[in-house]
Design a protein around this ligand. Structure first.
Ligand code: ATP
Ligand code: MG
Length: 363
């Protein structure tokens, strides 16, 4: 089978590395000027050209059996135009839902799953009204684009709002969200196959710094058993109602025994990189299995597993400082704060693992 991936970054790399092992071949669709260093040697890279016809693109990609994505900001019309030629997973409609924070939250709420309270705005006046209605403190975000905390303004009080207002581009669609005072940020990696089989990995606990994921640990240390059941139920509902195929990642805030959805990512996710360890089928392999209609693999680790991101440093073998550790490099040039690789580590001893993660994150 031949799989084409929209995107040529580290997520595409890790999907292809798993797929190669299972005898699949790959091609990648890169944006004009996008670096494809991450997928070097893993398949042909096609650069997207304006006005390329669907059939031409399909042929350029090597007539794939299935097309998938490594990112959410893709041209969903272009995806849909390839539907007569090959399977498209996840479906373009599901991707479109996740591309707009307003659409995404309304959809999630429509399934009876809670989110932060929110209102949309598309002008300075509408923004003032929305902030008033939601009540400070709030976070204003652009509805489209935005990643790693970019395009967001946290507003604590009226003075700050006045000060920040000129820097907010009100010509773009905005969402005003109530600030959730959460106990933890967690995520769930879920997957559904062409045949409708679903699987959900245990809740992962995530630590961010300046909007960037620093470390994850799974299973999350949660007092409340109810949360696991709620996470599984929410993921399954979302997967099924979107007729979703592939890995879907869901970020949640934990508030008491409630899980509020923060956002959906229609793809494999940084907070799921730990699944490459811990004796489970990795999110990358399960994504490939799902879209190629294979049986899904195990998702429940036998021990505690963690991941620490390598940001902006040279990825060298001397980073492997312990036996319970895996090194993953994305083949990228380091740049400040750029995700260039990660370490996965595991231990039956939770406290020791947490100490190891804390030390690595600090370094
Ligand atoms: P990424 O792509 O890295 O996930 P993003 O740019 O898509 O980030 P969000 O996940 O929406 O943005 O927000 C980034 C971070 O800001 C969250 O992980 C959380 O720490 C904080 N945050 C976002 N929304 C809220 C909220 N309503 N209440 C409290 N904190 C929030
Ligand atoms: Mg996020």
């Amino acid at each position: 089978m031949h799989v084409a991936i929209i995107g040529a970054g580290q997520l595409a790399r890790m999907m292809a590395l798993e797929g190669w092992r299972m005898g699949l071949s790959f091609s990648f669709l890169a944006n004009p000027g996008e670096s494809s260093i991450c997928v070097e040697g893993l398949g042909s890279v096609v650069e997207l050209q304006e006005g390329m016809a669907a059939e031409e693109l399909y042929k350029a990609l090597g007539e794939p059996d299935v097309l998938t994505v490594e990112r959410e900001h893709v041209d969903t019309e272009l995806m849909a135009s390839l539907e007569p030629y090959c399977k498209i997973c996840p479906n373009p409609k599901a991707v479109a839902v996740s591309q707009h924070r307003g659409r995404e939250k309304s959809f999630v709420n429509s399934l009876g799953i809670p989110t932060a309270e929110f209102e949309l705005a598309d002008s300075a006046d509408a923004l003032k009204t929305a902030v008033e209605n939601i009540g400070l403190p709030v976070i204003v975000k652009t509805c489209g684009e935005g990643y790693d905390g970019k395009g967001q303004w946290k507003i604590d009080d009226a003075d700050e709002f006045e000060r920040l207002l000129p820097s907010i581009d009100c010509s773009k669609e905005l969402i005003v969200e109530k600030v959730v005072s959460f106990e933890k940020e967690v995520s769930v990696i879920s997957v559904r196959s062409v045949s409708g089989e679903t699987a959900v990995y245990p809740i992962t606990e995530n630590e961010h710094s300046e909007g960037i994921l620093v470390a994850s640990i799974a299973p999350a240390n949660l007092q409340c058993k109810v949360l696991s059941a709620k996470a599984k139920e929410a993921a399954t509902k979302i997967l099924e109602s979107l007729d979703y195929v592939g890995v879907l990642s869901i970020e949640f805030f934990v508030v008491g025994d409630e899980l509020l959805v923060n956002e959906l990512a229609p793809r494999v996710h940084n907070s799921g990189h730990w699944t490459q360890a811990g004796d489970v089928c990795s999110q990358f392999e399960n994504h490939i299995r799902a879209i190629c209609d294979m049986k899904l693999g195990f998702t429940v680790p036998k021990t505690n597993v963690a991941m620490v991101n390598l940001l902006g440093i040279a990825v060298t073998p001397d980073l492997l400082t312990a036996a319970n550790m895996q090194l993953h490099s994305y083949n990228k040039q380091p740049k400040p704060k750029r995700k260039v690789g990660h370490l996965n580590l595991w231990s039956d001893n939770r406290a020791e693992l947490e100490a190891q993660v804390a030390e690595l994150s600090k370094a």
